[in-house]
Design a protein around this ligand. Structure first.
Ligand code: ZN
Ligand code: ZN
Length: 164
């Protein structure tokens, strides 16, 4: 007799993580997902490109994003992603590009701090408005159903929310 605390059926050994097969968004070939967003070949290519970009940026700290793009021969999307991920923040390099909203030059992310703050408030407001709209829509649909189904007038509750 062993003092086994658990009864025989513990499926722990079967919990090994299965590798996921995904399609590489760059080359379109299937690959084993290992925490990267693309296959190994494309990842290595991108890494090499990133190194080249960083190298160029170190030597030409005053280059603009377009200049780097042309000089190294990398797609704008790569540079943008690198900026977004903050690759150039540690470098003494100010690669800037326009804020997606106001056009002010920024070096990280999609929006400048101002727009980010505004957007944050905006999102709150929009989701609130959306929710109200949804409730309105739902009560209307419910109303359609209830009126045709059984003449119940429970819809009034929903209408109260929908009204401004
Ligand atoms: Zn690939
Ligand atoms: Zn902005």
């Amino acid at each position: 007799m062993f003092g086994s605390s658990r009864s025989g059926k513990s499926g722990r050994s079967a919990m090994a993580k299965k590798p996921q097969i995904k399609t590489c968004p760059v080359c379109g070939r299937p690959y084993v997902e290992m925490g990267r967003k693309m296959c190994r070949e494309c990842y290595e290519k991108e890494e090499a490109m990133e190194r080249e970009v960083i190298h160029y940026v170190r030597e030409h700290p005053k280059a603009s994003a377009e200049e780097v793009m042309e000089a190294v021969g990398v797609p704008a999307s790569l540079i943008r992603r690198m900026i977004r991920e903050g690759h150039f923040v540690d470098e003494n390099f100010k690669i800037d590009y326009p804020c997606a909203r106001c056009g002010r030059p920024i070096i990280k992310g999609k929006l400048c701090q101002d727009c980010l703050a505004k957007l944050h408030n905006g999102i709150k407001r929009v989701t609130k408005e959306l929710r109200i709209k949804q409730v309105e829509e739902e009560s209307r649909i419910k109303g359609m159903f209830t009126s045709s189904d059984a003449g119940e007038t429970r819809v009034k509750k929903g209408k109260k929310i929908g009204q401004k």
